[in-house]
Design a protein around this ligand. Structure first.
Ligand SMILES: Nc1nc2c(ncn2[C@@H]2O[C@H](COP(=O)(O)OP(=O)(O)O)[C@@H](O)[C@H]2O)c(=O)[nH]1
Ligand SMILES: [Mg+2]
Length: 254
């Protein structure tokens, strides 16, 4: 009797877990038109979910068309702009209820290089949450005004000191989660939005004892579209780190 051993090798050479790439969008039509085909061609085995907040520029219309032609692309359309954090929470819930093993989160504006996705998935084999880091092994940020770089750098230093979490880039948005991390965090209790959303997710995963690993990435400022960063987002983060620290001291972290 003959036995055949069949080895499944994916087209990109990655033998990966069932993966969903989640991308929140607000007025990203110029970027998403290039980014989606880029990811689809480079990683034919991953699924992509766009969470759009009714962008006036028609981002959702483009994604909807694509999703009707391609089973790998999904669109979650929300009524109005509700912030990055709740967009990710909606994406994570979709990921959990559809049986994915890994979730990659990234921005739509090419600040996060889609070619790095492969490295995130490789790294996830040794840990539970991979955090793309601009601030390990030097500083790798391209085209940001010095003002914004300093704000980000010192926000990270502040976060590290207040929370005690040993992460150099806790505010970055290019990350990869194992299913069990998202399953164990109470997503309904996540209310923060901008930078503090990233910090809150890292902190809760860390406090639950999951293995976090930082991986060097190069962040390039967007060329198309505009940033949705605001003073409100910075203020929210300043307070949130204290809330997290105090809640964890008093055992109130949900
Ligand atoms: N769905 C949704 N996406 C958002 C919202 N705010 C920002 N985004 C998206 O989140 C990503 C990061 O936002 P961006 O403005 O580039 O922030 P910055 O990189 O910190 O300047 C981009 O893909 C945005 O389109 C929002 O309120 N809702
Ligand atoms: Mg950006």
């Amino acid at each position: 009797m003959l036995f055949y051993s069949v080895k499944v090798i994916s087209i990109s050479g990655l033998n990966i877990m069932k993966t969903l790439v989640i991308i929140p969008t607000y007025n990203e039509i110029h970027n998403i038109r290039k980014l989606l085909p880029h990811i689809m061609n480079s990683y034919p085995e991953v699924d992509i979910l766009i969470v759009d907040d009714n962008s006036p520029d028609g981002t959702a219309g483009y994604v909807k068309n694509l999703s009707e032609m391609n089973q790998k692309v999904y669109l979650l359309q929300r009524e109005k702009k509700m912030g990055l954090g709740t967009a990710y929470v909606a994406g994570f819930k979709f990921m959990l209820s559809n049986g994915y093993e890994a979730a990659v989160q990234m921005d739509a504006d090419f600040s996060h290089d889609p070619m790095e996705i492969q490295k995130f998935l490789e790294k996830l084999k040794e840990c539970d949450l991979v955090i793309g880091s601009r601030y390990i092994n030097g500083v790798r940020v391209i085209n940001w005004p010095i003002r914004r770089l300093l704000l980000s750098y010192f926000a990270n230093l502040y976060t590290r000191v207040v929370t005690g979490m040993p992460i150099k880039d806790g505010t970055g948005g290019f990350k990869c989660f194992r299913r069990k991390v998202l399953q164990s965090i109470n997503l309904d209790a996540i209310h923060s939005n901008g930078y503090s959303f990233q910090i809150e997710m890292n902190f809760k995963a860390w406090k639950k004892g999951f293995k976090l690993a930082e991986m060097p990435i190069t962040f390039v400022d967007r060329i198309q579209g505009t940033s949705k960063m605001s003073k409100k987002i910075v203020r929210e983060a300043v307070l949130m780190v204290w809330k997290l620290r105090l809640k964890s001291i008093f055992g109130l972290l949900d």
